[in-house]
Design a protein. Structure first.
Length: 412
């Protein structure tokens, strides 16, 4: 008797899925419903590239999953198509700054992508972009030379731009390129989930990045239903997804700030659960079962987009909460005075060799964290140094510790 191959059970056709790639957050559909106004704005701002003129630098922000990245990539892709047809030299480079998180890494990624697009140019110049270790000055001169020699435009999309550790230096470098070239241009599109990170920027960097600003609003439940139904139509077999499951996904995602990416994850995960139980229909039960795993992923993703010091602050609160401190009644403490939190934060900064921020910055960070739902606060009244606050962690301290240690690559 012939032995069954180990992969035999995975060869069978999907029961519910038609094309799972349609459910990926990286898939760019041919139409983007409810983002017509935002698309029009980005098109208008990028249009000078059609005349080989530099578009303004654009800063796009809004909550996670509101279409910032997909709209930017959609519009830049359309722009690239028109330029190619008209013989206009243009290059678009997309850079994920959670991966390429320093000036050096951004410059290397930028040049490597340009090398892929214009291999003949770099080969003729004897430039070996794929060799690591080149000093930043060489990378800079290579980039200036490439733009100057070809007279082409380069649009650099910096996604999650706030994750760049030396952003002021990067923005200064990219801006200076336009002062040194005689033809062509380099334009920057910065994308961020963090509406507050601009406060940390040098004033020159702020004016450089934010020549034009666009804010993307969250989707509402009705809009999410239509978006999800379109993905269901393309990604699932006909008639296998119950309408009530789609409505539940939209309702849950709208409570998560109108996050379409969250809704897509939920849709895909629920489909996988239905597939695993060999069901012929994906139901609300599958959505409920999918929620736990997806919610944990979303918390980690949301936390990882925070500035490092906000993450350290959350780790401080997690440590305090887990220390089993008791109040006067013998109850375990979950609320801590702002001064107490600040002292523990300073200690933790010393341990991980980070320079602590001032108390003023910590107050700002706490306000941001409260707005995002990571902490809750209430005023305790006037203290010797002004009005103090009780601060309480809004998430499981063990999970926060696990997430922050992983995100900041700390030793546990």
């Amino acid at each position: 008797m012939e032995q069954e191959n180990l992969f035999s059970e995975f060869v069978a056709e999907y029961l519910v899925f038609k094309d799972k790639s349609i459910l990926s957050p990286h898939y760019i559909p041919p139409k983007l419903p409810y983002r017509e106004s935002e698309i029009k704005s980005v098109v208008k701002l990028m249009s000078p590239a059609l005349k080989n003129e530099k578009p303004p630098n654009i800063f796009i922000y809004g909550k996670t999953g509101v279409g910032k990245t997909i709209v930017t990539r959609f519009v830049s892709g359309e722009l690239l198509d028109v330029c190619r047809k008209k013989g206009i030299g243009l290059h678009v480079v997309y850079i994920n700054n959670k991966v390429h998180d320093s000036k050096y890494r951004v410059l290397v990624k930028l040049l490597r992508d340009l090398w892929e697009q214009e291999t003949n140019y770099f080969t003729s110049k004897g430039v070996k972009v794929h060799e690591s270790g080149a000093p930043p000055s060489v990378l800079y001169e290579t980039l200036v030379g490439f733009i100057n020699d070809g007279g082409a435009g380069v649009v650099t999309i910096l996604d999650e731009v706030d994750a760049v550790k030396d952003l002021d230096s990067l923005l200064y470098t990219l801006t200076r390129i336009n002062d040194e070239i005689k033809k062509g241009f380099l334009a920057v599109v910065g994308i961020s989930n963090n509406l507050f990170f601009k406060r940390d920027l040098d004033p020159r960097s702020k004016s450089t990045l934010c020549e034009e600003e666009l804010v993307f609003p969250p989707y509402n439940a009705k809009q999410l239903i239509k978006i999800m139904k379109e993905r269901v139509k393309q990604g699932f077999k006909e008639g296998v997804v119950d309408d009530s499951a789609v409505r539940l996904i939209a309702a849950v995602a709208s409570k998560e700030g109108g996050d379409a990416r969250y809704a897509l994850r939920l849709l895909r995960k629920a489909g996988e659960i239905a597939e695993a139980r060999e069901a012929k229909m994906m139901t609300t039960d599958d959505v409920e079962a999918a929620k736990k795993g997806v919610e944990e992923d979303v918390v980690l993703e949301g936390l990882s987009t925070l500035p490092d010091h906000q993450q350290v602050l959350l780790l401080t609160l997690a440590n305090l909460t887990e220390n089993e401190q008791r109040d006067l009644t013998g109850e375990k403490r979950t609320q801590f005075m702002s001064g107490e939190v600040y002292e523990e934060y300073r200690k933790l900064c010393r341990q991980i060799k980070e320079k602590p921020r001032s108390m003023r910055w910590i107050r700002e960070y706490l306000n941001d964290l409260e707005m995002l739902g990571f902490v809750s606060m209430q005023f305790s009244g006037k203290g010797s140094r002004g009005q103090s606050r009780f601060i309480e962690l809004g998430e499981d301290p063990q999970k926060i510790k696990q997430y922050v240690i992983k995100s900041l690559k700390l030793s546990s």
